[in-house]
Design a protein around this ligand. Structure first.
Ligand code: ADP
Length: 646
């Protein structure tokens, strides 16, 4: 406690113990609130993403299956006039729309120009003649991660080590049951049959997998490889959608680039890579899929796939499209959903919560997930944020408020300690002064140095008056400690307040006049009966009188007036001193409080006179007020309730 007397130290303590922890808490809290929404969004995105990955893989499997189905249903033998067998093919598979046949020299055998051509045949020839006869090029789409896997490996910072990846891939290939008895030779299962070629294929697959995931999680790497692709003349294009994980659709997210880059190729180049395949072509911005298959006898057989049948097949693959939390659908090349609940007509399909491109065979197509009710999710996140904010503000206020009130308590305790110390010093001084004069007069009388009888009487009066001053001081201190302990008792009886005041003034007059004071007393009321303890009330008035004496300046006069209002008697003690500064007029009634000025310091005192007087008067149902006196000085007014008529 004593150490804390230094206010700077106290302030420092407050800053260290309250302000800094509060600020740290605030910063942590604000940051975690900021992350709250992002965290919820991330969780949702992960869930959706897993579904999207699954759907993409299902679609890709379906594409393979469609190819197999078409190859399986295609006529094995094609006669010189293939019309009827192609009609039969079309009736076997709803996916077949326009069959075609190419000679080994890439001449169009069917649709035969001479035969009567259907609308579809004509459209096929119109759009594809140049391409299938190897005269025109069409863009072929490829995943940039696969084309640039080695560059991605370098850009990733830690280049993918093919050896590690091979080991990893091998581990995956091994059957479960790694816990073999120690010492037993472990023969890697995959190693035995795996030829050198199979091994390197496995390595490549692992590298491709790494490249795919790297490009997905690192937008910088993706941007860099796309830039590289562009620099090499490969074409990049924007995606149809701009996925955004923000709940509130405040800002349109920046459109992303597709990870499928394209390069123009000839039919012969495309078909050189295998025995069958699918070629996507954009005709009037509409996707058209060409199926082709190499014939054992040379040349190619194929068809334009029926758009409706194809879309129907994919739509049938989708898991539950509409759930209370999300809508999952496939978007076509125009960004329109293949399947959408009726109620969702107005939805902005270009802004999914999460989306994935499907394949180079289906360029511009995506699987996309949307929040069914983004507002509800945003509102939920908003409520959590609000609750967190309220909690933070509450905690903050509690800590700060608690800290401040502790500081306040420490301060007032410190002030009290200081006041008590000053009080002891003041009281000792106050005791000493009257004792000194009593002793002086008593010695003079004892030594018989004053033969004048009248003077002797005056000395005796002064001694009595000084003794009274001593008594008053001691009474004040005793009363204070008694009142502090709640032990003060009053003996109340019927009293004339005017008489009580007058007799008190007359008792003090000699001493006051001896000290150069002009004393006046006026009674406007005559008799003023109250219920009161005579000694206590005398003490209260005496304290005011003594203050008037102590704090008077040059103009030494004390005027006491007794007047009345309805039901009350007013005792005004007035002086022509320097008055009480406005800021102190309430505080002077507090225990130990003394105005901080030169006159008060010189006058000496305990800071108990007014609080004790106030307590006594209040215990009698009255009050004391201070007013500045007109023309300078103070008026201390005691108001006491008059006794009822009984
Ligand atoms: P004390 O007189 O022992 O200091 P009090 O409680 O009686 O204690 O008074 C409190 C303070 O009020 C004094 O220290 C003084 O500054 C101020 N005060 C009281 N009476 C007067 C007065 N009549 N004129 C000017 N100041 C006064």
């Amino acid at each position: 406690m004593m150490k804390m007397h230094n206010p700077t130290r106290l302030r420092l303590l407050f800053v260290v113990a309250v302000i800094i922890p509060c600020l740290v808490l605030g910063v942590i809290a604000v940051r975690s609130i900021d992350r709250e929404e992002a965290f919820v969004a991330m969780q949702l995105q992960r869930t959706f993403d897993a579904e999207l990955v699954y759907t993409v893989s299902v679609i890709n499997t379906e594409l393979d299956r469609i190819m197999e189905e078409l190859a399986g249903s295609a006529p094995a033998e094609v006669p010189a006039s293939p019309g009827p067998s192609f009609t039969a093919w079309r009736s076997r598979s709803e996916l077949v729309r326009v069959p075609f046949l190419l000679s080994p020299k890439l001449e169009i055998v069917w649709p035969a120009l001479g035969a009567d051509l259907t609308e579809d045949d004509r459209a096929f020839l119109n759009w594809n003649r140049e391409f299938v006869t190897d005269k025109a090029l069409v863009p072929v789409y490829q995943n940039v991660a696969l084309v640039y896997k080695d560059e991605i490996s370098k850009l990733a910072g830690t280049p993918f080590d093919r050896k590690d990846l091979a080991a990893e891939a091998q581990e995956k290939a091994e059957p479960a049951g790694g816990a073999k008895p120690p010492g037993e030779r472990v023969v890697p299962v995959a190693a035995a049959p795996a030829s050198r070629e199979a091994k390197s294929r496995m390595n490549e697959a692992a590298v491709e997998q790494r490249a795919l995931s790297q490009i997905e999680k690192d937008p910088d790497v993706r941007q860099q490889v796309l830039d590289q692709a562009r620099a090499k003349g490969q074409r990049t294009e924007p995606r149809n959608v701009a996925p955004s994980t923000r709940f509130s659709p405040a800002k349109q997210p920046a459109p992303q680039e597709s990870i499928y880059i394209s390069e123009p190729r000839r039919f012969s180049e495309i078909t050189a890579q295998g025995d069958r395949g699918l070629i996507p072509r954009f005709i009037d911005e509409k996707l058209s899929l060409l199926f082709w298959q190499r014939r054992p006898a040379g040349g190619f057989l194929g068809c334009v796939i029926s758009d409706d049948a194809f879309r129907g097949r994919l739509a049938g693959l989708l898991p539950n499209v509409y759930t209370p939390s999300r809508i999952l659908t496939i978007l076509d090349e125009a960004g329109r959903p293949l399947l959408a609940p009726d109620a969702e007509e107005k939805r902005d399909w270009r802004r999914p919560f999460a989306a994935r491109e499907i394949s180079g065979k289906l360029p511009r197509w995506e699987v996309a997930a949307y929040l069914t009710d983004p507002d509800a999710v945003a509102a939920r996140a908003g409520t959590t944020t609000t609750i967190l904010w309220v909690l933070i503000v509450l905690i903050f206020l509690t800590i700060a408020g608690g800290g401040l009130s502790i500081l306040q308590t420490i301060r007032s305790e410190m002030q009290l300690v200081r006041q008590k110390t000053t009080f002891v010093a003041n009281v000792s001084h106050e005791l000493k002064t009257p004792l000194t004069s009593i002793r002086m007069f008593a010695e003079m009388l004892k030594q018989g140095r004053q033969p004048d009888r009248a003077k002797q009487d005056k000395y005796l009066d002064l001694m009595v008056s000084e003794t009274e001053r001593l008594t008053r001081l001691i009474n004040n201190v005793l009363d204070f400690s008694r009142a502090e302990r709640g032990e003060r008792k009053y003996e109340k009886r019927r009293l004339d307040a005017a008489w009580l005041t007058e007799s008190l003034i007359e008792g003090q007059r000699v001493r006051l006049e001896h000290n150069g004071f002009a004393v006046s007393f006026r009674n406007d009321l005559g008799e003023a009966f109250i219920d009161g303890d005579e000694e206590a009330l005398k003490q209260a008035v005496l304290n005011l009188l003594s203050n008037a004496e102590k704090y008077s300046g040059e103009d030494k006069r004390v005027d006491v007036e007794v007047s009345g209002t309805e039901g009350s008697v007013l005792i005004n003690v007035k002086d022509r001193g320097r008055g009480v500064p406005p800021g102190d007029s309430k505080r002077i009634f507090e225990e130990f409080y003394r105005v901080d000025d030169a006159i008060t310091a010189k006058a000496g005192g305990s800071g108990l006179g007014l609080p004790i007087a106030l307590r006594i008067v209040r215990d009698h149902g009255g009050d004391i007020h201070y007013f500045p006196r007109d023309g300078g000085g103070s008026v201390f007014q005691i108001r006491l309730p008059l006794r009822g008529p009984s």
